[in-house]
Design a protein around this ligand. Sequence first.
Ligand SMILES: [Mg+2]
Length: 262
Amino acid sequence: MVVFQHDLIRKQTLHRPETQAPKLAPGADRDHLATMTHPDFTHVTAWVFDLDNTLYPPELRLFDQIEARMVSYVMDVLQVDRPTADTLRRKYWAEHGTTLAGLMQRHDIDPLPYLDAVHDIDFSVVPADHDLRARISDLPGRRIVYTNGSRFYAERVIAARGLSGVFHAVYGVEHADFLPKPEQGAFARVFSRDGLEPTQAAMFEDDPRNLAAPHAMGMRTVHVAPDRHDAPHIHHHTDDLSAFLDGLQRLPVPAPAMPEQS
Ligand SMILES: [Mg+2]
């Protein structure tokens, strides 16, 4: 019975059509800290963060757990062997943006049981990051998470990371009617739901594909990943999100002019 109720709550969480603003932690909504002094970010009033491999480093390999569950799910639902399921998982991710989008479009898969199953992972490997919490809390304006996973999953990662109460809203793929990033329509639906003005917002993402639409919509784009990926739609790159956010609030001071040699 307890398990059933838990599942019911999870479903309701996923289905809930309107996003409720999470309660912010004391001191987290410090809009008076309007100190974005980096010239590329002074206009930014909304900060949008991807979740996986952006708010935690890829070396945690959280997505390995999810991918293993995706393969099992594809095996079960399509009645194929493991190598075929893994091939389809990669193929749909490449061609549709997410494995789920491919399963929905090609096999009419129900997204809700899928999202529950693949995100039922071990979160104990995710450490809290108090420095990141402070850096994000200091950002002036609205702070949002937007993931191709579900909001239920995102909230669990956020909690494990010690970031609960930091964000004004958390959006999952369900808030874009299961249309995934990198589709521009997915961003448009989530931003419209949020009331976010893209030309006054910045997007932080580890997947370069998912920065193309934000760039086209007028957002400032930041690629968060160990390796740089140069592309016209990527404005900035960092392999350390906390350090990057910290740097936004400090104007680079020009070096003093050297005295003329006599
Ligand atoms: Mg990601």
